[in-house]
Structure formats: structure tokens, C-alpha cells
Design a protein around this ligand. Structure first.
Ligand code: SAM
Length: 252
């Protein structure tokens, strides 16, 4: 791929992901989008459950498969290595859009809150997204979204190998990004069966994904990561444990 094309591909993939993710926020909150999680043609509960499960499975399957090292080794024989992450980001945007586009509403209400309670729930949603966004910058936002790779290729420089990091939120939990998305999945003032289905199934997928991610992190960072696993909890912060132990000499 020619350098300007590679750069353009990276930028387009990044933009596509951001648009689909912004749409996801509106989709979950039921605001500002033409089709939200509770809108669309209502099918029978069985049809809706099977369709929605299939959509989440498709999203999760490709999201996990394409993140595995053996898959990357195989398909970078066809895709330039510098475009690998951007392609991953693009497929995530595509499957997320597919999921939201074909999502079948399951409108029966589970809870509904208004007034200050609703404000509190919106606050949790905003905190979740803030944790998520901040964490991407703590690890390396531009590398996670493939922009650093296409930019380095454009300048003819090679990418530095990944570094183990535990800045700020990563001292509280090992997976703040996933914690952030889970908060956003459940934080709605108007919980329907469909929304709960989405939140539970996506949480299940996140937990399965974390199992594979942690195995890859141990392979990549070895004892540094094992030591980190022993000191820091996975998703829910444990302040007592955090302050009762000396920080590791491995962590950056
Ligand atoms: C989508 S991010 C999710 C990161 C983390 N699971 C979280 O929830 O904040 C996945 C990428 O982050 C990298 N990663 C996760 N934890 C890391 C750490 N402590 N230091 C460096 N890279 C990390 C993984 O290697 C992977 O490429």
C-alpha cells in the first residue's frame, strides 16, 4: 500500500470507529439517533433473542479472533502489517454498526427512573465513558486505534515494541477500559428487556475476551504481568489491598 493511501486508510478507519462508537452512546441512551436500542419493528421474544444473540456473537467472535497473535501472523501475509490495527478498528466499526442496525427491540420495561435518580444514572454513564476514553490515552490512544502504525509507516520509521504500563487507573484495576464500557452498558434510566439482554451478553463477551487478553499479556510481558495480576484486581478496585502493598518495581 502506498504511504498516503495507508495514512488515509488509518484516518478513515479511526473516523468510522468514532462515529459508530458515538452512535452507540446515542443507541444506548435512546437519544439523538434514528434507531435506538428500544426502537424498530418488534418481533416475538424468541426471534428477537436469537437475532440479538447472533449479532453480539458476530461482533464478539471477529473482535476476539482478529486480536489473537496467530491470526495476526496469518493475515498480515495479505494485509500490510502497518494497516493491521486499522483494519481491526474498521471491522469493529462495521460489526458494531451491523449490530445496532439489525438490533431487534425487546421493549418490556424492567426499571424506569426519573428526576435526580435519572441524573445519577446519566452520571454513571458519563463516568463509564470518561474512564474508557482516559484509559485509551493511558495505554496509547493512537496506537490502539492504528494511527501511530500508519503514521510511522508514512515516515519510514519502525514501531517500538509494546511496553507494559500501569499508569493512574491501571494502578486501581487491570482493565479500566472494560470496566468503563460495562458501566455504560448498564447505566440507563429506562431499562428494558432488550437493553438488559445487550448489557448482560456484552458483559459475558467482555469477560471471555479478558480471559484471552490476559493470557496474551502474560505471554507478552511475562513476570511483570504475573506480578501485576497478583497485586491489582481485574475489574473492581480493592482500595484496602491497593494501599496495603508496596508498588512493584516492574510497573512503569
Ligand atoms: C482494548 S485494549 C484493553 C486494555 C485493558 N484490557 C483495559 O480494559 O483497560 C487492549 C490492548 O491493551 C494492551 N494492554 C492491556 N493492558 C496493558 C498494560 N497494562 N500495559 C500495556 N498494554 C496493555 C493489550 O496488549 C492490548 O493490545
Amino acid at each position: 500500500m502506498k504511504r498516503p493511501v495507508l495514512l488515509l486508510y488509518g484516518i478513515v478507519s479511526y473516523a468510522a470507529f468514532n462515529i459508530s462508537f458515538l452512535y452507540l452512546a446515542g443507541f444506548l441512551l435512546d437519544v439523538g439517533v434514528p434507531k435506538s436500542i428500544n426502537e424498530g419493528n418488534v418481533a416475538s421474544l424468541g426471534i428477537a433473542a436469537v437475532t440479538n444473540f447472533g449479532l453480539i456473537f458476530l461482533f464478539g467472535f471477529f473482535h476476539s479472533l482478529m486480536a489473537r497473535q496467530w491470526f495476526k501472523n496469518w493475515w498480515t501475509r495479505f494485509v500490510p502489517v502497518e494497516a493491521e490495527r486499522s483494519t481491526y478498528v474498521l471491522q469493529a466499526a462495521a460489526f458494531l454498526s451491523l449490530l445496532m442496525g439489525f438490533w431487534k427491540p425487546m421493549p418490556a420495561e424492567i426499571w424506569s427512573v426519573t428526576g435526580w435518580s435519572a441524573v445519577a444514572v446519566y452520571l454513571v454513564f458519563a463516568i463509564g465513558l470518561t474512564i474508557l476514553l482516559l484509559s485509551t490515552f493511558l495505554i496509547d490512544h493512537f496506537e490502539l486505534f492504528g494511527l501511530r502504525q500508519v503514521w510511522s509507516a508514512g515516515r519510514g520509521s519502525s514501531m517500538p515494541s509494546p511496553r507494559f504500563r500501569t499508569p493512574l487507573l491501571y494502578k486501581l484495576v487491570r482493565h479500566p477500559m472494560q470496566l468503563g464500557v460495562m458501566l455504560a452498558f448498564f447505566a440507563t434510566p429506562h431499562m428494558t428487556v432488550g437493553h438488559l439482554f445487550f448489557a448482560v451478553a456484552m458483559t459475558g463477551y467482555v469477560l471471555i475476551g479478558l480471559y484471552f487478553e490476559e493470557r496474551a499479556l502474560v505471554r507478552e510481558f511475562g513476570d511483570n504481568y504475573r506480578d501485576y495480576q497478583a497485586r491489582v484486581t481485574m475489574l473492581l478496585p480493592n482500595p484496602l489491598r491497593l494501599f496495603s502493598r508496596a508498588p512493584s518495581k516492574h510497573a512503569a
